[in-house]
Design a protein. Structure first.
Length: 612
């Protein structure tokens, strides 16, 4: 029986592994530097049928080959697919690529490419892409995929010329430039990528297009060359003076070089192009970040006067007002926004036909924050109860519980968490952590531990669960159990700096096994050398070992990075031991001003006979 190969392949390949995912995107996951042959310098590919099967294949110019489906071919296809389903991607890719070479079917090479990428085998994927391209030399995706894989593999010789040729021959120059950027963005060496893109674009017949300058601006930013990014952005805007995309780059990239001029440039463009919504929204956001709330509001109000039907501007104005602590003004905008979205929801014909539920959920969450800050806690809880969007429903219930706990209604808070119906592991962890935190703050440590133990049994190899449970045991002064869990965390994640630090600090704080504590904290500091809490731990263990001068040095570094009350307690104690009582008092006073109820600081002051 003869049939086109398309028939059997469409059935066998139904269970795709990377179906619908861009191959260029997948390549980025496996980008690595590995000097090898230059682009286009691979050994000639032998794409011809093996002798025993040759009588079963009829090649047809410009068409898929006509293949007699033999039991051998069918078996090899099925074996490859089953192997991939079992996670053994290398043999799956190898078998499929061999078939592609023998049968002359590009789809098999593409399938082999997917298998190699799924297995993280970049050389195999590159080989498969080259078979695909030889079989389909006019396929733009095949060409782009081969170039992207070559770039990701560090095989860049000739790549600039190949990209320039693509740009020169393309009907849509902007699309071709975008494709060139996509190919080179997979390169680990962004400086080299910038050089290749510069050569490809500047040697092409599209060198004066705004799209080329914008692509170079984006690549320069990725390479950390901010002046070049701004320069190319300005050239893009000069080439297309009305381009909002170019103006946005001039603004965003200019902020890294000359913020004040960037603001002037953005305002000038907005004055000339008042409908440039994206730029003006970014401008308003930046002004709010700088604390220039009146200027941000003026920008948003100006936009709203031009496009009163743009109701999202109401929510943006509410956000700016909230950040400016103009809570009643924020409420006013949100009330208008809720009325509009409720009307949209009522008018929608079918579920999912509008984004109004998500918009309402965000509005209710912000209204709840305002009510909470105004001390209207019951209203805050009621507003959160209105959140019905699936993506925000669970977090809203957790927030309700936290507010109830703030009202000392702990059991009610726990009931809210338990009835929230977590749907994912992430939500399970969020709920258990919130419940444990509420119980810990209520000094019900044994119940907090039980909650986290239940989650640990359900998710036994989850680092964050074990770490939180260890911290609860440490707080309950159950050091043996805390140590057992922290050592499990270190096995699961050897680079977990805070697990090393937590155990080291616990030992140092209890003045036990100090050499071991020092080793643990030293390892934590190697992993995260700028962490203020780890610096504090190192200073504290040095203090415990009587090395006061070194202790002060570490503790001062920690305090400079984070003037925390507990760090101030440790630094003040070390300074006192060094005979610097006035400096110690000053540091303690600063700590008290920030956190007057901090237990560690209060206990330290009591031991040294210093009044708070």
């Amino acid at each position: 029986m003869k049939l086109l190969f398309k028939s059997i392949l469409s059935q066998v390949s139904a269970a795709t592994l990377i179906g619908g995912v861009s191959l260029l995107w997948a390549i980025g996951a496996y980008a690595q530097s590995s000097p090898s042959k230059g682009f286009g310098q691979s050994a000639p590919l032998q794409i011809k049928p093996r002798q025993p099967e040759s009588e079963n294949i009829r090649l047809r110019a410009g068409q898929l080959p006509e293949v007699t489906l033999t039991s051998t071919i069918l078996f090899r296809i099925l074996a490859s697919e089953i192997s991939a389903q079992r996670g053994t991607f290398l043999p799956a890719g190898k078998t499929m690529l061999e078939l592609s070479r023998e049968l002359g079917d590009y789809r098999l090479a593409r399938r082999a490419l997917e298998f190699y990428l799924a297995g993280g085998n970049l050389p195999g994927a590159l080989d498969a892409s080259r078979v695909w391209l030889r079989l389909m030399p006019d396929d733009q995706e095949a060409s782009s995929t081969e170039m992207a894989l070559a770039a990701a593999s560090g095989q860049t010789s000739g790549l600039a010329a190949a990209l320039r040729k693509q740009i020169d021959t393309a009907t849509d120059k902007s699309a071709a430039i975008g494709q060139a950027f996509a190919v080179l963005s997979r390169m680990p060496d962004k400086q080299a990528a910038l050089r290749i893109l510069s050569t490809a674009i500047n040697d092409s017949n599209a060198r004066h297009l705004a799209a080329g300058h914008m692509a170079l601006a984006d690549m320069a930013r990725a390479a950390g060359d901010h002046p070049r990014a701004l320069e190319e952005s300005r050239l893009a805007l000069a080439a297309a003076p009305r381009s909002e995309d170019a103006a946005m780059r001039v603004f965003e990239y200019g902020l890294n070089v000359d913020p004040e001029r960037a603001l002037r440039d953005a305002n000038e463009f907005a004055a000339l192009q008042p409908n440039a919504r994206r730029l003006r929204v970014i401008l308003a956001s930046h002004l709010a970040d700088r604390g220039q709330f009146d200027a941000a509001m003026a920008e948003l109000k100006s936009m709203a006067s031009r496009t009163p039907e743009d109701f999202d501007l109401l929510f943006m104005q509410a956000q700016v007002s909230y950040r400016a602590k103009r809570l009643e003004q924020a409420r006013g905008f949100l009330d208008q926004y809720v009325a509009v979205q409720a009307q949209r929801l009522k008018a929608s014909a079918a579920a999912g036909a509008t984004d109004a539920p998500a918009a309402l959920a965000e509005a209710y969450q912000l209204l709840s924050k305002i009510a909470e800050e105004q001390g209207q806690l019951d209203e805050a809880v009621s507003l959160l109860a209105k959140v019905d969007d699936p993506s925000l429903r669970y977090t809203s219930r957790i927030r309700q519980a936290i507010i109830r706990a703030k009202q000392k209604r702990v059991d009610e808070a726990l009931a809210l968490i338990d009835s929230a119906n977590a749907q994912t592991d992430e939500e399970l962890m969020m709920g258990a952590s919130a419940g444990a935190q509420i119980l810990r703050d209520a000094n019900r440590l044994s119940e907090a531990i039980k909650r986290m133990q239940a989650l640990d049994q359900r998710m036994p190899d989850t680092v964050n669960v074990k770490y939180e449970l260890a911290m609860l045991h440490e707080r309950a002064d159950q050091l043996r159990e805390a140590e057992r869990l922290l050592r499990q965390v270190m096995v699961l994640d050897p680079g977990h700096a805070h697990a090393h630090n937590a155990l080291g600090y616990s030992l140092a704080d209890r003045n036990r096994r100090l050499p071991e504590a020092l080793a643990l904290i030293t390892r934590a500091l190697e992993i995260s050398p700028q962490d203020p809490f780890i610096l504090d731990s190192m200073g504290w263990v040095k203090y415990r070992m009587g090395q006061y001068k070194e202790a002060v040095e570490y503790l001062q570094r920690a305090y400079e990075k984070r003037p925390d009350a507990e760090i101030s307690a440790h630094l003040g104690e070390a300074l006192w031991k060094m005979g610097q009582q006035s400096e110690a008092r000053k540091v303690w006073q600063e700590g008290m001003a920030k956190e007057p109820t901090n237990t560690t600081l209060l206990e330290t002051l009591k031991r040294f006979g210093v009044k708070p």
